[in-house]
Design a protein around this ligand. Structure first.
Ligand code: ZN
Length: 289
């Protein structure tokens, strides 16, 4: 009798263990460990910073007008709407005279939190595009790991660097005018440069509304798409406030408060790792099946 109980326990343990650990395991480890998309219809669950992606599409490392960078990270997966956007942007960029688009992180094969780096990029509808144009040849796998982007913001953090060209303006404008795009994040100095150059060129300013200032984003711009059709569980962000954003809200980004944020007094808060319980229910089956 005792032996059969022991046998039962031994047989049950390995079955119970993965379920128990999936509950306490940081979700970034679970999502970071999956190498391929789930074999399902494409669907976004949750929000940009707390979500996941079923049925992702892999961006080909090299396409007509784009090259995907840092392939070792395995973050060149997105919702098909993002892959289609990259195709459109690459075509538009080449027409502008930008030799090709270098694509940084999109999302992991099943989205979700990442082991390192971004807090967003979890649902396959965010992607980073380098400020460095692609060379006119195919980069090797190793070059895609080693090459760096250009910083288009000057050391004063208030103006643009020598690396900025009129084509940067044209490419970001083309991205912002795409109907699939909800927001584009750039460094405040870039937003300011775009505001001034739109005025100097006498351009239409409607597209500037989508281009939002954020910290960093001086080597790349970040494109966020609208929730795609067929994803009722996708949580959209509120639309940007009306207007072109070339106003006092932009000026704040150049204040001492924004440029040199003071550390909060008291002990440093440690952010609790996101677990499956923090993500939409549908995300669970993407990493536990
Ligand atoms: Zn990004």
């Amino acid at each position: 009798m005792a032996r059969s109980w022991l046998l039962l326990i031994v047989l049950t343990l390995p079955l119970a263990a993965p379920v128990a650990s999936a509950e306490t395991e940081p979700a970034k480890r679970l999502f970071g460990a999956v190498a391929d998309p789930s074999p399902q219809a494409p669907e976004v669950f949750g929000g940009y910073s707390k979500g996941c992606l079923a049925g992702a599409m892999r961006l080909a490392p090299t396409g007509e007008g784009w090259q995907a960078m840092r392939l070792s990270r395995n973050r060149n997966f997105g919702h098909p709407s993002m892959i289609a956007f990259i195709e459109r942007l690459s075509t538009a960029a080449q027409a502008i005279g930008w030799p090709g688009v270098l694509v940084g992180d999109i999302a992991q094969p099943r989205g979700g939190p990442m082991l390192t780096g971004h807090r967003s990029h979890q649902t396959g509808i965010d992607a980073d595009f380098w400020m460095r144009p692609a060379p006119d040849r195919e980069l090797t796998r190793q070059e895609r790991e080693k090459l760096s982007s250009f910083n288009v913001v000057a050391p004063d953090r208030k103006s643009l660097s020598q690396a900025w060209t009129p084509e940067h303006y044209d490419v970001i404008r083309a991205a912002a005018e795409d109907l699939g795009v909800a927001r584009i994040f750039v460094n405040a100095a870039i937003k300011q440069g775009l505001c001034e150059q739109a005025r100097d060129r006498g351009d239409d300013r409607g597209w500037l509304r989508k281009v939002r200032p954020w910290w960093g984003h001086d080597h790349h711009f970040h494109v966020r798409l609208h929730c795609p059709p067929g994803s009722p569980g996708c949580q959209a962000q509120d639309p940007p406030p009306p207007g072109d954003g070339c106003d006092a809200t932009l000026a704040w980004w150049f204040s001492d408060e924004a440029l040199n944020p003071k550390p909060k007094p008291g002990p440093k808060k440690v952010r609790k790792a996101v677990t499956l319980a923090d993500l939409p229910e549908a995300c669970r089956s993407l990493v536990t099946r």
